[in-house]
Structure formats: structure tokens, C-alpha cells
Design a protein around this ligand. Sequence first.
Ligand code: ADP
Ligand code: MG
Length: 258
Amino acid sequence: MSLLKVTDLGKSFGGNRAVDGVSFEVAAGELLALIGPNGAGKSTTFNMVNGQLRADAGSITLDGIELIGRRPRDIWHRGVGRTFQIAETFASLTVVENVQMALISADAKLYSLWKRAADHRRGEALALLAQVGMQAQADRPCSALAYGDVKRVELAIAMANAPKLLLMDEPTAGMAPQERNALMALTKRLVVERGMAVLFTEHSMDVVFVYADRMIVLARGRLIAAGKPAEIRDHPKVQEVYFGSGKTFEKDKKAATA
Ligand code: ADP
Ligand code: MG
């Protein structure tokens, strides 16, 4: 049985059907990419799954339990994690302190305890940082890190709650190609090692084909294709949406390098 099951999901803003009759599933241990051009409805879909936005229509179940109508915090407790950008106020904390904060927050302990609990769960935080290759930089302030390394720490923070399903909205935005690849490879490793499911959105195509187990494609709120990367690459509707009719990914690649 699938971990996440989305059925006939819909959301309108005024007269604009941002998400319209979208259905898909994500299994444990699967990396599913949700792709589509800007304005396709990716973030809206994403925010309905995590509870930030309430769906107008359809159903979203995790392990068979309906999520629509639940608060974001409840959905998070049930095992739907998401990556957040490290807030500026926390940039002065060290790498390991940021992950400790996330672990403490997952325990529902209070931030006011923080000062008395500076070593609280440090070992666990270091173990999470080791998983993302950031243990050596644990005691540096986050503000001193390279952008790609900040993204690794954000991933460790999201893992603190041991999510069954991790949501990532354009995780590689603003990254250089090499950093994008490294982050996706790391995410893929966490999927395999932890049997975690990941749903990530992406508007560009390059990184996605290599790391996604499966892909779904949105255009103007509707799901136009679903399948393995190779199937999506050759899908006429997808090529039309991204490149206009008559072009293919191959031709586009050649055009880009010519
Ligand atoms: P994507 O993430 O694929 O770029 P979005 O889900 O952000 O697309 O947006 C889908 C559509 O919904 C767009 O037409 C966008 O303008 C609209 N939209 C998104 N959020 C809101 C909002 N809070 N209020 C009104 N319209 C919105
Ligand atoms: Mg978006």
C-alpha cells in the first residue's frame, strides 16, 4: 500500500484553479519528483499535503488516515516532514545547535529550556549531521557555511523528526549544478537507507531525471503525465509544455550546447 495517497485534489484561488483533479501516490522508499513550469500548481499541492493550505476538493491520506482538515503541526507529528530555510535568527547558532533545536522541538520541549540544555541531544544531532556529511563543521556558526552546506544542515534538521515522508519544495533552487547534484545524491541516499519517501518539486529538468524513481508532471493545475523518468522524457505532452511542440529534450540539449 502506498504511504501517501492523493485523490482528485483541488484548490482554487478566486476563479483560478491552481490545482485541479490531481491524483498520485508515493510509496515508502520512493523519490517522487513533482515537476512543471512556474505557476503549474506544484507549491499549492505541496502546501495542501503539509497542511499550510486547505484543499477545496479531494483527499490526502497518509497510511490511510485523512490529512485534509488537520493542522500542520498534527500532520508533522504524523510523519510528514519538510525542509525549511534556516531562519536568520538561527544563523548565529552553530550547525550542531540548529539540529539540537530541531530535536528538542520534535520533543515538544520549550525553547526557553535551551540555555540550560546546551548539551541536550548533542550526540543525536551529531549523528544526524554525520548522515549529511556535516559532522566536521558541527561547531561552526551556520552563517559561516557555504550555500550547499546550509542545504545539508536544513536536510538534517528535517530528519530530526524522523519523517516517513519528506517534502522538499524546489530544494535545489539557487544552487550551482554541482551542488544540486550533491544534494540530490544525498537525498537519494537517505531515501534508500531510511526507507523514507520523498516528494520534491522542481521546475527545471536536469537534476530530476537522474535521481527520481518516478515523476509526475503538472501544467496549469492538471496532471498531464506520470511515470518513470525515461517515460516522462519521451512524453509528447511534457515536451510540449516545456519546449513547445516539435522539440525534444535531446534537441534542446544540443541547442543549449551548440
Ligand atoms: P508552482 O509552485 O508550480 O510555480 P503555485 O502552486 O505557486 O505554482 O501556483 C499555482 C497558481 O496558483 C498560480 O497561478 C499562482 O498565481 C496561484 N496562486 C498560488 N498561491 C496563491 C495565493 N496564495 N493566492 C492566489 N493565487 C495563488
Ligand atoms: Mg512553487
